[in-house]
Design a binder for this molecule. Sequence first.
Ligand SMILES: [Zn+2]
Length: 315
Amino acid sequence: MLKNILLSLALLVTVAVSYSDSHSKKPSDSTPKKKLYILTSTNTLRSLSQEIAGALLKIESLTKGKQDPHYLSAKPSYMLKANKADLLIINGLDLEVGWLPNIIAGSKNPKIQKGKQGYLDTSDFITALSVPTTKVDRFFGDIHPFGNPHFLLDPIRAIQAVKAISNKLAELDPNNKTQYIKNQEMFEKKLLKKTTEWEQRIKKSGVKKIVSYHSSFEYFLDRFDLKLTGLIEEKPGIPPSSKHILHIVKKIKQEQSFCVLTASWYQTKWAKKLKQMANILVQPTAIEVGAVETATNYILLIEGIVQSIESCKAK
Ligand SMILES: [Zn+2]
């Protein structure tokens, strides 16, 4: 309790200092204009925003590529970053619900509060899958009550999110509007071309079904016409029991569906069991930019998933 009070006090003081810092100096015409500071909730959103902004803006992500964006502890340093942000870009659909609301509230930054000009929820611009039709209860696990939030693994939905980012950057920084639109169009063209190539390669691989740990790949599977055999986790956020693993192994054998993908950060005790019980090798795959060394940007992130599927075929 005392620790919490001290932490809050320290934060208040630091926020107050940074407020007075940024408000005491009035920029004159001769002062070079400060770059807008963009904060994103995930590293994939940072990377996508960077495609549009290039070096025109300073962009940082709250979660690092190797961190699971479902979970993050809301450190005071994150609130300080949020305090200075001109724009906060989030994934939405409750992906960050466990930690981001505390950071936004703790930032004391009126610009990035929900509904304000400096708040962009990219999920507002896409059609969600698996939107529950009945009221969901968090008792049943980490269920997202507005639908599956992992839409950025679908390149076409990523294009829609990038358009929304580009429009928002142009609105906040109209002097560079032409550049943002140009970058967005170039990125879209490149991504559409790659998507056609990925479609052909997945088709050629002969893989038609996937088993995955969490429902991370739902939009990816939907885009590339792949089916889901089943999920390894028992319920969202809850690791599988031995009984559930037995059930999945039975399904894998029945459906001859041997391509098992998992996000690189999930524990893989169950993977050893799959190897022992059915001689199935699990492909740990990046689902965030930066989750593995090779996934340095969005196109390489999706490329990595496509390569995982291609290597399923080789086994
Ligand atoms: Zn999830």
